[in-house]
Design a binder for this molecule. Structure first.
Ligand code: PEP
Length: 252
């Protein structure tokens, strides 16, 4: 039985003062939802205060990105061990990083292997554009992103990987995928590809999250699907009541 994971991606929102405010609004409601794993991914500059605030709660912390190298002349980058100082999770290959910052399946793969080495739980994002969706290319795109992005992983690490299926047309648009469509992508495209790569047992252990306009009203529909193992939540994770409601839906 896969324990559901609900992760909040704050993107480039919340300075330190605002982080403290949101965490205090979230903490008690979220801490009591033990039936689902919960993680919050604030910006790098808020990780230190968030780590302090979340100590002793059951809520995990994640970074939104990292470099694959351990140290050196990479101005503006953050290394895996720097992330590991504060975090248990790291989001890799979010579509906004692919779209605006030149992230590719190859860089995602390097980061994934670095996460493995640093003992971080990676949340690897995949998903098609609207044009690809409309052209019926979802399978081809998602399968290729998984094959290229997840290659070379050690068999014992594979079950730790979390995959987030995030159709780009659903991110921040208020137009979520239907739960049935997301289930089909998870169950008929992503999990069989994971099985090809890592074997059926590992594929059954890997959590596949859905992301794209998840909110308190639609979360339960997604979580009722057999291959939807949680959610990566953007906009709604910035609203304490919404995010707590989503976590509660995952815990049921
Ligand atoms: C995301 O940023 O990963 C995301 C899914 O955003 P939203 O929930 O706002 O669509």
């Amino acid at each position: 039985m896969r324990k559901k994971l609900v992760a909040g991606n704050w993107k480039m929102n919340k300075n330190v003062v605002e982080t403290r405010e949101l965490l205090s609004a979230l903490a008690s409601g979220l801490d009591s939802v033990g039936g689902a794993e919960r993680a919050l991914c604030p910006p790098f500059t808020s990780l230190f205060v968030a780590a302090e605030a979340l100590t002793g709660t059951g809520i995990g912390l994640g970074a939104q990105n990292m470099h694959w190298e351990e140290k050196g002349a990479f101005t503006g980058e953050i290394s895996p061990s720097m992330v590991k100082e504060f975090c248990a999770y790291v989001i890799l290959g979010h579509s906004e990083r692919r779209m605006y910052f030149g992230e590719t399946d190859e860089t995602v793969n390097k980061k994934l292997l670095a996460a493995q080495k640093a003992d971080l739980t990676p949340v690897v994002c995949v998903g098609e554009t609207l044009a690809q969706y409309e052209a019926g290319e979802t399978r081809q795109v998602v399968v290729e992103q998984i094959r290229a992005g997840l290659q070379g992983v050690a068999p014992e690490f594979a079950p730790r990987i979390v995959v987030a299926y995030e159709p780009i047309w659903a991110i921040g648009t208020g137009k979520a995928s239907s739960a049935e469509n997301a289930q089909a992508v998870h169950g008929e495209m992503i999990r069989p590809t994971l099985s090809e790569l890592f074997g059926e047992e590992a594929a059954q252990a890997i959590r596949i999250l859905y992301g794209g306009s998840v909110n308190a009203a639609n979360a339960a529909d997604f979580f009722a699907q057999p291959d939807i193992d949680g959610a990566l939540v953007g906009g709604a994770s910035l609203k304490a009541d919404e995010f707590i409601a989503i976590a509660k839906a995952a815990a049921e």
